[in-house]
Design a protein around this ligand. Sequence first.
Ligand SMILES: Nc1ncnc2c1ncn2[C@@H]1O[C@H](COP(=O)(O)OP(=O)(O)OP(=O)(O)O)[C@@H](O)[C@H]1O
Ligand SMILES: [Mg+2]
Length: 282
Amino acid sequence: MKINWINKIKNRKKEDEQIILAEDTCLSVRNVSMSFSGLKVVTDVSFDIKEGEIFGLIGPNGAGKTTLFNCITQFYKPDNGSIFFRNNKNETINLINFPTHKIIRHGLVRTFQNVELIGDLSVIENVMVGAHIKYKYDFWGCLFGFSGAKKEEKRIEEEAEGVLKFIGLDDIKNQPVSSQPYGILKKIELARALMCDPKLIILDEPAAGMNEAETRELMNMIKIIRDEYKTTILLVEHDMKLVMGICDRICAISFGEVIAIGTPSQIKNNIKVQEAYLGVTK
Ligand SMILES: Nc1ncnc2c1ncn2[C@@H]1O[C@H](COP(=O)(O)OP(=O)(O)OP(=O)(O)O)[C@@H](O)[C@H]1O
Ligand SMILES: [Mg+2]
């Protein structure tokens, strides 16, 4: 039984080695489906994201956006399909073949719809956690206070300070995260993601809990992150101003199926999108 499973993975890896993504493609989602107890919530979804693109995924509540994000990041193993990713070594990998904790090392990081931070730690400590993949020293090195471990900790702290300054949160760096409002927690998650040297950042509703001014600031920040950190960004967001204002292209889904892919103006004028997402009928 186990041998069959290992062979299946090996064969799949061999097939994947033959996959050649177009040079400008960062992520290729191909025919992904996912169901829970027989109920299909993502059906045969396919789209490609180009290197350096800000790509939006939109759809009504319950359309399957977070489930698709969970399939891409392997929190869920989809029932069908492949998800090819050009990783930070310029190799094409099928994410399906990797456990979720290994994906981050390939340069794919995410933030969560329901913020996932460590409440007992300070803002800067939470951001430093994002750099765990870069730590050379292990638990024992830190416990016994090896000088190399201390230097490494200092370097990562300085890096976290730089990221917090960039995000505009350096003045609250020593405060506990548990006392921060929701909009700030979303920004702290974004700062933590930047510590992982991301190639692709997946953001699930980054503007949730933010007022209009904060959302505008976030829009600019996402563009600057794309340019400064040379990343690709995939985001889910209900704030249409943000989505239409910063996305190069958008994929609209409804009841787990793709109904349109295009530029913001193509999506805005698409009848199916108007019917499904905006609740407008002609
Ligand atoms: N772990 C799960 N078990 C069973 N059903 C689930 C699970 N996760 C999601 N679902 C169902 O799948 C459907 C899609 O949910 P999902 O969270 O992906 O939607 P969404 O598009 O992200 O919605 P929202 O905009 O409200 O965040 C919903 O009907 C949801 O109840
Ligand atoms: Mg969701």
